[in-house]
Design a binder for this molecule. Structure first.
Ligand code: SF4
Length: 684
C-alpha cells in the first residue's frame, strides 16, 4: 500500500475579516498543523486561537454529506438529481405562478467571492429578481452606506499597515481583541512599542480598552451626539484642516450649520461623556499627524446607525484624515468574507463593484454579457424579505451558508416567517437551526475543500486552495449554485472559480485587473485594481470616488434608541468572544475550543450582582417583549450598572441572544438595532 505524504496547502482563515493566511499541513484528512509564514500579507507569523486550532469541524461526524428532502416531519436522504429536480420544479413553479419577486435569495459572507457572484447572477439573471442580500445587513451595511455617501467607496480607507502607522487610533463600539485578534495585536504593539495613542469608546471594558490612554463609556445609543460635539469643538477651536476642506470637500457651510446644537454641554447631558473627555478626544486628533477611526457593531446596530457612521466620516474629513498613510475610516468586517459578499453583488441595489442596479448603462453591460434581462429596481433586503414572508409576498427562499434562524434579530419572528414559505432550500455544511425549516437541504463544502478567493476588511483579495476532497457527496457552493441555475434554464459551464473571477473582472471596473495568476500563492490585490494589475491599498490619495473627485460632508442628526417599557430595566448588549465564531456552528464542533469555552454566559456588573444577590454560575432567565432565554451568570467589572452582556455564540440554540432582540432597525439600511434592547431578569 502506498503511504500518504504530508501535504502543505495555502489557505485563508475562515473566522474573521482580518484575513490571515497560512499553510495547512495535512495527511489524508488529518489536519496536522497550521503554519503561518512571513509572506502572508496580513498576519506574518501569528494567528489567533481560532485560526490555529479551529479546524476540527471539517471532519465532524455531523457534516452534511448527502442532499436531504423533507417528507412530512422527517428528512430523508436523496440523490443530487432528486434534490435538484425538486428544487427546479418548485422554484420554477413558484416563479411561474407568482412572478420572480416571490423568490428571495440569502447569500453567505462565509463563502467565496466567486460563490457570491454566481448567486446574485442566478437571482438577477436567471430568476429575474433583485431580492438578494447577505449578512452585512446584520452588521456593516450602515458603515458601507455612510462611506458611499461621504467618500464614495464602501470599504476601509486603507490597510492594517495604515492602522499600525497612525499616531492616534480611536476604536468605537468594536471589541477588536476578540473579534479581530491579529489586528488588535498590531494595535497593541504599535501602542506599546511605537507610542501610538489609543482611545477606546465602548459600553464594555474590553481587553483593548484596558490598555487605552482614554476609555470613554457613553450611555447606550448616543455615539452620534458626542462625535458631532467633538467635530463642532474642533471647528470652534479653528483646528479644522482648511486647505483639505477647500480643495477636497463639498458642502462645508451647510454642514457647519447642522452642528449648531451639538455643544459640549448638550452632548454631556445626553451621552454622559464628560466635557473633559470630549475635549481630550478633540485635542488628541488635533495634535496627531494621522488618525484612524475603527468601528463595528457598537455603532452599526442601532436605529440611527448610518448617520452615526456618517458622523465618524465627517469628523475625519473635517480634520483632513483621509488619503494619507495612517489615516481614514475603518469599519471592521466581522465575517471572513463579508466585504467580498458585498463587493461581488449580493445586495439588492448593487451590481458587483458597487455599481447601481438602477443605472441603465450598467444594466445594459450585464444584460449583454449574461444574455438575460435584469430587473431595474432594487429588490428586498433581508429585513424586507422576512416581512415579505409574513405578508405572503415571498413564497420561496434559497439560502446558503447562513444561520439566519438564529443570527437575524427577533429569532421567533424570523422562524415564524420561514414556516410560511411554500418552499425553502438551505445549503450548508451542517444541519443548522435554519435547515430545520427547509424543504431541501443541500450539503456544501467548507473553504478547505474548494478553491476560491476571500476579501478581508482591508479590501484585500486572497486565494485559498483546495486542501481536502469534499466530504461524502458534499460539493463546493459555486458548483451547486451552477447546477441549480442550469436546471432553471441557464447554460453555465464554469469549470473552476478562476473563470468566474475572470467574468466578474471583465464586468466590474474595480476588479478590472484581478486574476488568479496575479493572486497566486501569497500574492494579494487590494481593490480597486486597474487593468494592468495595479492595486490601491490606500484610497483617496488624490481624489474621492465621486465624479468631481470631492468628498461630501453630510449633515446628520441623532435618532433616539427604541423605547422600552420600564419593566425591561436592564440594557442588553451582545457580541463576539475570542474562542467562538459568530453563532458557533463551526467552533462548537471543535474539541479544543469547546473545552476552553463550553457554552455562553451572561456578564453582569458587580453592582447588579450585589443588588440581586447573583454569583458566578447563578442561573437566570432573561425576558424581552420578544422572547426568553435562560443562562448562567458571570460577575465582572467589564460591564457597569444595569448593562448586561450576552455573547452571541451558543452551543445550545435555546440560549441564542436573538430570541431577545427586536425587528427595529436602522431607518436607512434596515440593519437590526441589536444593541437597543431592554430585558428583565429573574433568578431561577
Ligand atoms: Fe483567523 Fe481572524 Fe484569528 Fe486571523 S485574527 S487567525 S483571520 S480569526
Amino acid at each position: 500500500m502506498r503511504k500518504s505524504r504530508i501535504k502543505r496547502t495555502k489557505t485563508v482563515c475562515t473566522y474573521c475579516g482580518v484575513g490571515c493566511s497560512f499553510e495547512v499541513w495535512t495527511k489524508d484528512r488529518d489536519i496536522l498543523r497550521i503554519q503561518p509564514l512571513e509572506e502572508a500579507p496580513v498576519n506574518g507569523i501569528s494567528t489567533c486561537v481560532k485560526g490555529k486550532w479551529g479546524w476540527d469541524f471539517v471532519n465532524s461526524e455531523e457534516r452534511l454529506t448527502k442532499p436531504l428532502i423533507r417528507k412530512g416531519d422527517e428528512f430523508v436522504e436523496a440523490t443530487w438529481d432528486e434534490a435538484l429536480d425538486l428544487i427546479a420544479e418548485k422554484l420554477g413553479g413558484i416563479k411561474e405562478k407568482y412572478g420572480p419577486d416571490a423568490l428571495g435569495f440569502i447569500a453567505s459572507s462565509k463563502c467565496s467571492n466567486e460563490e457570491n457572484y454566481v448567486f446574485q447572477k442566478l437571482a438577477r439573471g436567471i430568476v429575474g429578481t433583485n431580492n438578494v442580500d447577505n449578512c452585512s445587513r446584520y452588521c456593516q451595511s450602515p458603515a458601507t452606506a455612510a462611506l458611499l455617501r461621504t467618500v464614495g467607496h464602501g470599504g476601509d480607507a486603507g490597510t492594517i499597515h495604515d492602522i499600525q502607522a497612525a499616531e492616534l487610533i480611536i476604536v468605537i463600539g468594536a471589541n477588536a481583541a476578540e473579534s479581530h485578534p491579529v489586528l488588535a495585536t498590531r494595535i497593541k504593539r504599535a501602542h506599546k512599542l511605537h507610542g501610538q495613542k489609543l482611545i477606546v469608546v465602548d459600553l464594555r471594558e474590553n481587553e483593548l480598552a484596558q490598555r487605552a490612554d482614554l476609555i470613554v463609556h457613553p450611555k447606550p445609543s448616543t455615539d452620534l451626539i458626542w462625535i458631532n460635539a467633538v467635530t463642532k469643538y474642533i471647528l470652534d477651536m479653528g483646528w479644522e484642516d482648511k486647505d483639505f476642506l477647500d480643495e477636497r470637500v463639498n458642502n462645508y457651510e451647510e454642514f457647519v450649520k447642522s452642528l449648531e446644537k451639538f455643544t459640549l454641554e448638550y452632548a454631556e447631558e445626553k451621552t454622559g461623556v464628560t466635557k473633559e473627555q470630549m475635549i481630550t478626544v478633540a485635542t488628541s486628533i488635533h495634535e496627531a499627524k494621522s488618525t484612524c477611526i475603527l468601528w463595528a457593531m457598537g455603532i452599526t446596530q442601532h436605529s440611527g446607525a448610518t448617520d452615526a457612521s456618517t458622523a465618524i466620516s465627517n469628523l475625519l474629513l473635517i480634520t483632513g484624515n483621509y488619503g494619507r498613510t495612517g489615516t481614514g475610516a475603518y469599519p471592521l468586517r466581522g465575517h471572513n468574507n463579508v466585504q467580498g459578499a458585498c463587493d461581488f453583488g449580493t445586495m439588492p441595489a448593487w451590481f458587483p463593484g458597487y455599481e447601481p442596479i438602477q443605472s441603465p448603462k450598467v444594466r445594459e453591460r450585464y444584460e449583454k454579457a449574461w444574455g438575460t434581462a435584469i430587473p431595474s429596481e432594487p429588490g428586498y433586503d433581508n429585513h424586507q424579505m422576512v416581512e415579505g414572508m409574513h405578508k405572503g409576498e415571498i413564497k420561496a427562499m434559497y439560502l446558503f451558508g447562513e444561520e439566519m434562524a438564529l443570527v437575524d434579530a427577533n429569532s421567533n419572528y424570523v422562524q415564524a416567517a420561514f414556516e410560511k414559505l411554500e418552499f425553502y432550500v438551505v445549503q450548508d455544511i451542517f444541519f443548522s437551526k435554519t435547515a430545520q425549516f427547509a424543504d431541501v437541504v443541500l450539503p456544501a463544502a467548507p473553504s478547505l475543500e474548494k478553491d476560491g478567493t476571500f476579501t478581508n476588511t482591508e479590501r484585500r483579495i486572497q486565494r485559498f486552495y483546495k486542501v481536502l476532497e469534499p466530504l461524502g457527496d458534499s460539493k463546493p457552493d459555486w458548483e451547486i449554485i451552477q447546477e441549480v441555475a442550469n436546471r432553471l434554464g441557464a447554460n453555465w459551464n464554469y469549470k473552476h472559480p478562476s473563470e468566474i473571477m475572470d467574468e466578474a473582472a471583465s464586468l466590474a471596473p474595480i476588479f478590472a485587473g484581478v486574476s488568479y495568476d496575479r493572486l497566486e500563492g501569497f500574492q494579494s490585490l487590494v481593490w480597486p485594481v486597474a487593468a494592468d494589475g495595479k492595486d490601491t491599498p490606500l484610497l483617496y490619495t488624490d481624489k474621492f470616488a465621486f465624479p468631481d473627485g470631492k468628498a461630501r460632508l453630510v449633515a446628520v442628526d441623532w435618532t433616539p434608541p427604541v423605547e422600552v417599557d420600564a419593566e425591561y430595566d436592564l440594557h442588553l448588549n451582545n457580541g463576539r468572544i475570542l474562542e467562538h465564531f459568530h453563532e458557533g456552528n463551526m467552533t462548537y464542533r471543535n474539541e479544543g475550543l469547546t473545552h476552553k469555552v463550553p457554552d455562553t454566559w451572561l456578564e453582569v456588573s458587580l453592582e447588579l450582582a450585589k443588588e440581586r444577590n447573583l454569583q458566578d454560575g447563578t442561573l437566570v432567565g432573561l425576558t424581552s417583549p420578544y422572547g426568553h432565554v435562560e443562562v448562567r451568570v458571570i460577575v465582572t467589572d467589564r460591564v457597569k450598572g444595569n448593562e448586561v452582556y450576552l455573547p452571541m455564540n451558543t452551543r445550545d440554540d435555546s440560549k441564542a441572544v436573538n430570541y431577545l432582540t427586536s425587528s427595529y432597525h436602522d431607518y436607512i439600511t434596515h440593519t437590526p438595532a441589536y444593541k437597543e434592547m431592554g430585558v428583565k431578569m429573574e433568578v431561577i
